[in-house]
Every structure is written in structure tokens, then in C-alpha cells.
Design a protein around this ligand. Structure first.
Ligand SMILES: Cc1cc2nc3c(=O)[nH]c(=O)nc-3n(C[C@H](O)[C@H](O)[C@H](O)COP(=O)(O)O)c2cc1C
Length: 180
């Protein structure tokens, strides 16, 4: 059975390095069905709307429901995760305390153009995801100096980073297999 991994990329930029990392992984693993799920059209979370949830929330929630696991690839903004991604997680966190994404495995990868590779954002999002009940892999993947990691053809240049990314996806797939 084909495994479905939902991919949420923190950046909305057309030139996003987070997207390049996600693309690298999505191309590398042909045996897995990666489904990138965009969140930029989601209305900002407001509990008052739950009586009649916006169609965008309903579609987003039901696509995520069908995923076996989630992969988060995000840059750091102001020592945390970008607002759009936080909003998407807020939308997925309802109903509480048993949101429908509870127990799904999640892998987090952060990046930044600085030396720390989005370490703070990584810690923040892991905390958020654990709080809403996801099974977050104990990995701490922070890609520093991300703007130096790809060549003009968008090929990943650094073998160490490639090995780290590949290893982490393998662990994510294994954690899904264990659940099934
Ligand atoms: C509003 C804003 C805030 C940022 N804050 C941080 C930060 O706190 N730490 C950091 O290392 N880089 C920070 N950066 C740099 C981004 O991490 C870097 O530009 C990254 O490549 C953007 O991701 P993207 O290429 O996927 O869009 C910030 C960039 C912007 C535009």
C-alpha cells in the first residue's frame, strides 16, 4: 500500500529554500506519495467560525486526515515559525483535546540563512505538534546557511545534509510502518 505523507512548507516565497528542501525529498522518494498541502488561503483561526467551518478549513482538514504522516519543512521567522504555518496548525488543532491529527507521526526540518538553521523555530514547532498530540520524531534537523546548499539547477550540494535528510525520511516511513 502506498504511504501518503502530507508536506507543509512554511515559506510562501517562489524562491523559497524550504521549498527546495521539500522538493529534494519529494523527488528522492518515489515509493512514497508526497502531497504538498498549501495553507495560505486558510482564513485565520477563529473559534466562532466552528459552527459553520469555512470550506477552506474543511477541505484542508479532510486532506490532512487522509495522510499517514506529516512532514514540516520551514524557515525561521523572528525566532519562531512563520505565521501562516502557525495558523494552519491552529486549524488542525481542533477539536481539542483530541484533534484528528493526534498520534500521526511528524517530522520537522527547519532551515535558515543563518548559522543556527532555525533551531528556535524547530523547538517551537516540535513543542506545538507534541502539544496537539502528534507523534513527533526525535530528530533535530536544522539546515544552516541554506542559501549556500543548492546549485543554480536547484541540486542539493552538500552530501552530509543529503544523508541527514534521507535518514530522517527513512525513520518517518519506518514509524508509519510500525503504526500499521
Ligand atoms: C521576516 C523574516 C524574519 C526572519 N527571521 C529569522 C530568524 O529569526 N532567524 C534566522 O536564522 N533567519 C531569519 N530570517 C531569514 C530566513 O530564515 C531566510 O531568509 C530563509 O531562507 C527564508 O526561507 P525561505 O527561503 O524558505 O523563504 C528571517 C527572514 C525574514 C524575511
Amino acid at each position: 500500500m502506498m504511504i501518503n505523507i502530507g508536506v507543509l512548507v512554511g515559506s510562501l516565497s517562489e524562491r523559497s529554500y524550504s521549498q527546495k528542501i521539500a522538493n529534494y525529498l519529494m523527488n528522492e522518494y518515489q515509493s512514497v506519495r508526497f502531497v504538498q498541502v498549501n495553507f495560505e488561503i486558510l482564513p485565520l483561526y477563529n473559534p466562532d467560525f466552528e459552527k459553520e467551518p469555512p470550506l477552506e478549513w474543511q477541505v484542508f482538514r479532510s486532506v490532512i486526515d487522509q495522510m499517514d504522516a506529516l512532514l514540516f519543512v520551514t524557515q525561521e521567522y523572528n525566532l519562531s515559525i512563520p505565521g501562516g504555518l502557525k495558523n494552519a496548525i491552529d486549524v488542525l488543532s481542533v477539536p481539542s483535546p483530541e484533534p484528528h491529527i493526534a498520534y500521526k507521526p511528524a517530522l520537522v526540518i527547519t532551515d535558515s540563512s543563518g548559522e543556527r538553521g532555525g533551531a528556535n523555530a524547530n523547538i517551537h514547532i516540535q513543542q506545538l505538534l507534541r502539544y496537539i498530540g502528534m507523534t513527533v520524531l526525535n530528530e533535530f534537523i536544522t539546515i544552516s546557511n541554506v542559501h549556500q546548499r543548492f546549485d543554480p539547477q536547484n541540486r542539493l550540494l552538500n552530501e552530509q545534509v543529503a544523508a541527514q535528510l534521507n535518514g530522517s525520511i527513512r525513520k518517518l516511513v519506518e514509524s508509519i510502518d510500525k503504526q500499521h
